[in-house]
Design a protein around this ligand. Structure first.
Ligand SMILES: Cc1cc2nc3c(=O)[nH]c(=O)nc-3n(C[C@H](O)[C@H](O)[C@H](O)COP(=O)(O)OP(=O)(O)OC[C@H]3O[C@@H](n4cnc5c(N)ncnc54)[C@H](O)[C@@H]3O)c2cc1C
Length: 456
């Protein structure tokens, strides 16, 4: 794979003639497209932003960039936390924000065909008009796009019941790095034709192709009124043990999240919702269906058996809303250095024990929120916003990441690798696996046009 890029004087006018006002070159207007929500540092301004309105626009932009050896970054809403959508200096950004139509909802087959720039919560709302819903539910659902969710294989609050984004994707339309358009998957429940290219593009973080349309799976909205439950624990590790017990029991919570005491205190002071700060941790979750109350009672009883000293069941969503605010709340308190690791769910108590040890060893406070039912943790280190402070916080995060791996876990549960985690790739993947990943990248994008140097 070549990484040579002309950079110097590509003929942008040629692309401008093709795209007209959909190609933006005004430095002030393109500035907001340089960064995403990660802490990756900008390498400089892009040449231009393509505000694509069709597959043809994306194809034209990629064909031009590939011919002229111009690096391309791909952008949904820019809420990514791994630096995958960051612009390249002298590159172009392909933004999908204008391609935001829900093309159709196929009720009998429980499918929706959407453009990639549709906001996740808008797709969910469109499905709910038909008694259906879109299962993936990242905490960013109101600000992120379905294309971005697919490209990162996003997780979220309802994954414990419905799986991650890949479990809800049936088919894709993708534009390859050289501008060719292809389709993957099928509208059927079963489809065993060739390699599973749909799964290959899901989670590929803009490195293999630009998703220009997706056919996604919907589910029927469960009947009855959901119940939200919470359980406060004096010991964080007991909360971990309770999660393991719940996911291995016959009850099926729709949501099972954990916030440690520091996170609850920070979220509550950011947006008071009457949460009592526990000494150790709080589990919050939701049950659905006609037996939602019975299931919530079974879960809170299990929690009390395993050490919870304060439980509650309610019909409001307030606690889950609070959990969704963890990112902005932590950021407002200056907690920005965080990780996204996963462990097998039975290792939760052990990972919490280890994080406490790491926190004590480094003398740094660490807050942890978790999509606990999936064993997916986001630990954030309190640190001053100085180069030394960030280095020290990074050392804590490195130790937590290595701990997760030692427990059979992963360096990313849902945010992806992007640019900020690329140095960790070799911690998890063996050299042969990395070779295979690079071979796939090279086969689809031999000139290294599309999101080069990231994700793999
Ligand atoms: C407050 C907050 C809460 C969050 N909660 C969660 C959570 O619960 N779960 C979770 O998984 N993540 C979460 N995130 C991270 C982020 O929202 C997700 O990664 C999301 O999927 C990114 O969507 P986006 O549209 O913003 O994509 P972007 O940030 O624009 O892009 C993300 C990656 O996808 C690629 N990409 C985007 N669109 C396309 C496309 N059409 N074709 C090909 N590649 C594309 C980009 O190149 C980039 O590599 C959260 C972020 C914030 C700020």
């Amino acid at each position: 794979m070549s990484d040579s890029h002309a950079g110097a004087h590509p003929d942008v006018d040629e692309l401008s003639t093709e795209l007209g006002s959909r190609l933006v070159r005004d430095p002030e207007l393109i500035e907001p497209y340089a960064l995403d929500t990660s802490r990756a540092v900008s390498e400089g301004a892009p040449l231009a932003v393509v505000l694509a309105e069709s597959t043809a626009d994306v194809s034209a932009a990629l064909a031009w960039a590939n011919r002229n050896r111009v690096r391309v970054s791909v952008r949904g809403a820019g809420t990514g936390l791994a630096g995958g959508a960051m612009a390249y200096a002298g590159g172009i950004v392909i933004s999908l924000e204008r391609m935001r139509a829900v093309i159709d909802v196929d009720v009998p087959n429980r499918l929706a065909r959407v453009q990639p720039g549709v906001v996740t919560a808008d797709l969910d709302a469109a499905a709910r008009l038909h008694g259906l819903f879109f299962p993936p539910d990242p905490a960013s659902a109101r600000i992120s796009t379905v294309g971005g969710n697919i490209a990162t294989n996003a997780g979220g609050l309802r994954c414990v019941a419905h799986g991650v984004t890949s479990d809800s994707v049936a088919a894709l339309e993708v534009v390859l790095a050289d501008g060719r358009v292809m389709r993957t998957g099928a509208r059927t429940r079963k489809n065993v034709v060739g390699y599973d290219l749909t799964r290959l593009f899901v989670g590929s973080e803009g490195t293999l192709g630009v998703i220009t349309e997706a056919t996604v799976r919907l589910k029927p909205v469960p009947p009855g009124t959901p119940r939200t439950f919470r359980a406060g624990f004096a010991e964080l590790e007991d909360a971990g043990r309770a999660v393991t017990a719940i996911v291995n029991s016959a009850v099926r919570p729709e949501v099972l999240e954990l916030m440690d005491a520091l996170s609850v205190e920070i979220i509550e002071s950011f947006h008071p919702s009457g949460m009592t700060v526990p000494a150790g941790a709080m589990l919050v979750g939701q049950t659905v269906g006609w037996d939602a109350q019975t299931q919530a009672e079974a879960i809170t009883a299990m929690c009390r058996d395993l050490g919870a000293d304060d439980t509650e069941i309610s019909e409001t969503d307030a606690l889950l809303e609070a959990r969704r605010l963890s990112n902005p709340a932590l950021n407002a308190r200056g907690l920005k250095i965080s990780c996204d690791v996963g462990v097998p769910v039975a290792a939760l108590a052990e990972v919490f024990h280890g994080i406490a040890e790491i926190s004590a060893r480094h003398g740094k406070r660490v807050s942890t929120v978790a999509h606990a039912g999936d064993g997916n943790l986001h630990s954030t280190v309190e640190s001053p916003d100085t180069p030394a402070g960030i280095r020290e916080a990074d050392a804590v995060i490195d130790d937590i990441t290595r701990l997760a791996l030692a427990l059979g876990g992963t360096i990313s549960g849902e945010h992806g690798i992007g640019s900020v985690k690329r140095h960790e790739l070799g911690w998890q993947l063996d050299p042969v696996a990395i070779d295979v990943q690079l071979a796939i990248k090279s086969a689809l994008d031999p000139l290294g046009t599309l999101t080069p140097g990231r994700a793999v």
